[in-house]
Structure formats: structure tokens, C-alpha cells
Design a protein around this ligand. Sequence first.
Ligand code: ATP
Length: 204
Amino acid sequence: MAVGVFGGTFDPVHMGHLVLAETAADELGLDRVVFMPAGNPYLKAGTEVSAAEHRMAMVKAAIESNPRFEASTIELEDPGPSYTIESLGRLRTELPDDEQVYLLLGVDSVLEMPRWRCPEGIFDRAQVIAYPRGRMMDSVCQDFVSVLGRKAPVLEGPLLGISGTDIRRRVSRGQSVRYLVPDRVAEYIRRNRLYSSGAPKLPA
Ligand code: ATP
């Protein structure tokens, strides 16, 4: 058995995330991909992140139709910041010993790993897998990203210039986000008036 672990703020979850997860499931032969919304993303301190209830509700709406996709509340259970090394440790205790764990990350996130808590430990607990994103840098070649003296293989998949930042900006300007997020996520954003002034704090 093999599981893909896919963390993020998911504010909101978008087509870039879904294509990454589906590509990983196919290419790596994963039985499931666990989406793990971050509770209080410490590296995004200073930027306003939507309430975890909203982000989780959007993830659930986005993945509902895919039997290989699941959502985990593991990073939402504690009020403090979430650290991938700790989340992987907690997930590991819930999995059979022989289940292979793949940590799925965009190339940009792999390159940020030196700033994370105990990044070497992350490589020991999971096989780190990168998905192409953004401008490819020197440390990134077609096949792998080099970081901390380790190599993360790069999946083959379409380069998708979609980001949560751009989606939030579009919504705040009254522009459409259709085809950038699943219809159900667009509907959730609209109904809860997310990313525009006067957004209710609690899910509608
Ligand atoms: P924001 O713009 O708010 O920073 P984001 O779009 O980068 O958000 P996150 O939830 O922070 O989304 O990302 C979760 C993970 O998904 C990260 O590993 C990130 O690299 C990856 N990811 C997000 N969007 C894409 C994309 N379009 N292509 C490839 N990977 C992506």
C-alpha cells in the first residue's frame, strides 16, 4: 500500500492542487492521497489566512467525487502552528508499518524545506516528491530537485500557473474564478463571501 500526503493552506484548494494529487496518484500508483489543510500556517504569519473550517469545507467539496482522495484534520486538532515533521509522525502511527508514505510538494515548497523544522527528518519519514511549479531554478532539473543534499524526484505533469494568491485577488476584484477551482468551491466562496470585504467569519 502507498499513500500520498499533501499538505497546504488550501486557501482555497484549486485545480493546481487537484491535478498535482491526481498525477501523483497515477504516476506513483498511490492507493490514496490525503489532503492535510494546515491549522495555523506559521510560514504565512503576517498574511491573513481563512478560518480552518472554510478551508477544510472547500477541500471536502473539491475531493468528494474522487474515491482516491481523503481529507485529514490532523493539523487542525492543535491550536498552534503545524509542522510537517510532526504531522508525518502522527500519520505514521495510524498507518500499517509497511505502507509507503510519499510527501507531495510543489517544487517551490521543496526549495523552501531548509527553512522548515527538521527537514532531514522529513526525508527520513517520507519519500519527498516534487511537482513542477513556477520558474525552474538551477537546483531543479527535469528529473529531480536537489535540496539539503537529498534529491526529490520531479513528476511529469502540466505546469499550471494557478495559485491561491491569484484566486483571492480575482475574487476581491469581482473577477471570475471559474475553471480555476471546482464549481463547488467557487459556489462555497460566493456563498460565504470569502476573499471580499465583509466575509462572515463562520461557514454559512
Ligand atoms: P498561496 O498562493 O496562497 O501561497 P498556493 O496556491 O501556493 O497558495 P498552498 O496551499 O500554499 O497553495 O500549496 C500547497 C502545496 O501545493 C504546495 O506544496 C504548493 O507548492 C503546491 N501547489 C500549489 N499550487 C500549485 C500549482 N499550481 N502547481 C504545482 N504545485 C502547486
